[in-house]
Write a protein that binds this ligand. Structure first.
Ligand code: SF4
Length: 452
């Protein structure tokens, strides 16, 4: 007799648990009051190898630190910045050792090491800084007009945490030995005034994504003034605040002044009929803890319409059906976060080991269907350079041998206003070369050799 076939994924409710931070030698005496203090979390962020050693004591072998140092010297596009809250979600269920720390999904993107990377093809030949060309589409400093009715407002270039795969590695964070970062030059107040002036002059723009960096690093009074300014523009109908800190530093969003300020902003948005939402960035179920859920519910209680997730799909982190569904059920069922998008990791330098090919993303989208409520089933999207977000099944042509997919668009961006061909052009997106058949990999080696 054959055993009855089960479902490919078996759902089981998993209540959230705050991992015990005292399992880390450096935090043995840290109290709950310290842990829940945003200020303690910020002061105790891990910014370098020395501070990581202090927290980890003798849990990790020297090989790990040498591997990390090699990455920071030669490959990292982001500097290190990890709030204790995030570090505490690595190997959450026991005291870490070298092997479990190496294998941890959150570690893999927050503390990348040299041996994680694909050393044959660390970068795709078409990878670039600012791979989405956001700066090319700046209409004022930090204001990207890339879609007809929407703008992205980058208020600042810092975050409370720096993620190894950051798409905005060109601008965000401190310079690293491999990347000299761009700098915003205007004073914040002048930059913000320029954004408001553009929105007032362009009533066709109805949707503003307020981002960075991470808005949790904007001093609250400045952020509130900016948001109230947006809400005073009658043509702005959607405001979305982007903050990974809701997961990485939920303590920030639980501070009294921030909660009271968010309530004022949410009430004003409701009175004016504006959809105010918060977008966060969670990539793995282990990052969801009761404190994250508390911060989310607090935002919803003060009147924010919705909290949604925009995760990034990455090999070694979450690019399996089970990992994505575990995360989506955790967000939807336990943390009050709508699973909204998973972006394919962008074609930035040294990110090949994280990126997945389009066919793999299509397969994952297929396999996610039918488990979650329809409105909470995330879309997996590819942000195609010069095109914008496309659902992964929307490609026009796909050359699997060379890993090149072709995409079209249905609107002009701010740099194509006068381009008659803009809507008929095919735009290319490239799969990671190590995922191609041998013939495709040979073809790319030849391309690089011929150009080189
Ligand atoms: S929080 Fe967002 S903007 Fe900041 S480093 Fe991470 S991915 Fe980049």
């Amino acid at each position: 007799m054959t055993a009855p076939a089960g479902q490919p994924y078996e759902y089981q409710r998993r209540p959230l648990v705050e991992p015990d931070w005292t399992r880390f030698p450096g935090w043995r005496t840290v109290t709950a009051a310290q842990w829940e203090s945003a200020q303690w979390q910020r002061v105790n962020c891990v910014k370098n190898i020395k501070q990581l050693r202090t927290v980890m004591g003798d849990l990790l072998d020297e090989t790990f630190y040498a591997d990390l140092d090699a990455d920071q010297q030669r490959l990292a596009t982001m500097s290190m910045l990890i709030p204790p809250q995030m570090l505490n979600t690595m190997v959450p269920d026991r005291t870490p050792d070298t092997e479990s720390f190496y294998n941890d999904p959150v570690r893999r993107y927050m503390i990348p090491v040299a041996t994680d990377r694909d050393l044959d093809w660390p970068s795709h030949p078409h990878a670039s800084r600012d791979s989405l060309h956001e700066h090319d589409m700046w209409v004022a400093e930090g204001l990207t007009h890339r879609y007809p009715t929407k703008v992205l407002a980058e208020l600042l270039s810092t975050c409370p945490q720096y993620c190894g795969h950051c798409t905005r590695m060109d601008l965000v964070g401190n310079s690293t030995p491999t990347v000299d970062k761009l700098k915003l030059s205007l004073k914040p107040v002048d930059r913000y005034d320029a954004h408001l002036a553009y929105l007032k002059a362009h009533p066709g723009v109805r949707d503003v994504v307020v981002s960075g960096g991470d808005v949790a690093n904007v001093p609250w009074k400045q952020l509130e003034a900016y948001l109230m300014g947006l809400l005073s523009v009658p043509t702005v109908r959607d405001v979305r605040l982007a903050t990974k800190a809701l997961m990485g530093l939920p303590q920030h969003w639980l501070q009294d002044d921030v909660v009271e300020g968010m309530q004022r902003v949410a009430i004003t948005a409701q009175r004016r009929g504006v959809n105010l939402a918060v977008h966060t960035h969670v990539n793995h179920m282990n990052s969801l803890t009761p404190l994250v859920a508390k911060a989310v519910r607090t935002l919803l209680e003060v009147g924010v319409r919705d909290v949604r997730n925009q995760g990034v799909l990455m090999r070694g982190v979450n690019a399996t059906t089970a990992d994505l569904l575990d995360l989506c059920f955790g967000m939807q069922g336990e943390a009050g976060i709508l699973p909204y998008y998973f972006y394919m990791c962008d074609m930035i330098p040294n990110a090949e080991h994280w990126r997945v090919p389009v066919w793999h993303a299509q397969q994952l989208q297929h396999d996610l269907m039918g488990y979650l409520p329809g409105y909470a089933t995330p879309r997996i999207v590819c942000d195609v350079p010069f095109v914008g977000k496309r659902w992964v099944h929307m490609l026009t042509e796909y050359d699997r041998e060379h890993g090149i997919s072709y995409w079209t668009k249905n609107y002009r961006t701010s740099i194509e206003k006068d381009d008659a061909e803009a809507l008929s052009k095919l735009h290319a997106y490239y799969d990671p070369i190590d995922t191609l058949p041998e013939s495709g990999q040979d073809w790319w080696r030849k391309q690089v050799a011929d150009e080189g």
